[in-house]
Design a protein around this ligand. Structure first.
Ligand code: PMV
Length: 328
């Protein structure tokens, strides 16, 4: 296996077919303001993954098994307007032949929680089929194929999820510009705590738009304040001054509260994390539910995990962004 294959989560096991995986993601800072042209930073959550396996078979059809959502179907043709069909067609076109056998997809990434579950499934499937059919795809190509699938899932995705997940690196994102993966100078130890509340990104984004229409100058000022936070976070990350990012995350959370996208459970989780010794914490993603992202020294991890669970978190993941796999 090459380094590039390891980095991309490929792990073929002889005799059992092919296996690939892809991480979840979390928005570190800049959500909502990013819809209005300001920058955002998203990072991979390598320890929570979607996994795809492919066992080649005879014939020329592919059985697709999605046990997490109780779906099984055969391609071609597969269900109309299904994101995975978009990927199967694209891979078959590039390889000049169809994958035949059984494709199984499982994901540990919660759905509708702002962790990029659909993009991670798309990337894992693209990786496993490319590997099985001998296609050598760059992270950029994988990201592009996953983006086409994301369009079927979300209508008008921003492109941040497929980029951060396919590159498995922190990404600087400005709407309308090509997302730019960037390098951290020091590892970024994070916890992601799931509130257990699923909220529709679309509805929260629409609510912010209504408020922005009612009070444009107030909201533009909030978005500008978020943009300054995001720029400062990037400088600190590039300088390896990780601890100093903490207060900026807290400031970003406060700005999100002012936008009206927080939730009492998210506020409680942020407060709990800070009291238990975190450097910083904020809601991550659209809000009204979903996750809180916590920046904390690795030695405080266990204490924080316990405190967050006691405060109502349904799940808590830990990850360190910028270790070798995210930051080659
Ligand atoms: O909840 P997520 O991770 O899908 O993030 C939504 C981020 C928003 O800025 C609120 C919307 C967007 O399209 O960028």
């Amino acid at each position: 296996m090459t380094f590039e294959e390891v980095r991309q989560g490929w792990s073929p096991r002889r005799g059992e077919g092919y296996h690939a995986s892809a991480p979840g993601k979390v928005i570190l800072c800049g959500e909502h303001a990013v819809v209005y042209g300001r920058p955002a930073i998203a990072v991979p959550v390598r320890h929570v993954r979607a996994r795809a396996s492919f066992v080649p078979g005879v014939g020329d059809t592919l059985q697709v098994e999605l046990p997490d959502v109780n779906e099984t179907w055969v391609w071609p043709p597969g269900p109309a307007s299904h994101p995975l069909v978009v990927i199967l067609e694209e891979i078959a076109r590039r390889a000049g032949r169809r994958p035949a056998g059984v494709l199984t997809v499982r994901s540990a990434i919660p759905v509708a929680a702002g962790m990029g579950s659909s993009a991670a499934v798309a990337v894992a499937v693209t990786r496993v089929l490319a590997q099985a059919l001998g296609l050598s795809l760059t992270p950029e190509e994988i990201s592009g194929i996953a983006f086409e699938a994301e369009k079927v899932t979300h209508g008008t995705p921003s492109g941040v999820d497929n980029t951060v997940i396919a590159f498995e690196r922190p990404v600087w994102f400005v709407r309308g510009e090509r997302p730019k993966p960037f390098r951290l100078s020091a590892p970024l130890p994070l916890l992601v705590a799931f509130s257990g509340i699923r909220a529709s990104t679309r509805e929260v984004v629409m609510a912010v738009r209504r408020r922005w229409e009612e009070a444009p100058s107030r909201y533009e000022a909030l978005f500008d304040a978020v943009a300054s936070v995001v720029r400062e976070v990037r400088c600190l990350l590039e300088a390896g001054r990780v601890r100093e990012v903490g207060p900026l995350l807290v400031e970003n959370h406060r700005l999100l509260q002012e936008m009206g996208v927080s939730h009492p459970v998210l506020d409680r989780l942020v407060e709990t994390a800070l009291q238990a010794g975190a450097w910083g914490a904020k809601l991550a993603g659209a809000g009204w539910g979903g996750n809180v992202v916590v920046l904390a020294p690795e030695e405080a991890r266990d204490r924080l995990r316990g405190a967050l669970r006691a405060a109502g978190a349904q799940a808590v993941w830990t990850t360190v962004v910028g270790e070798v796999a995210d930051n080659p």
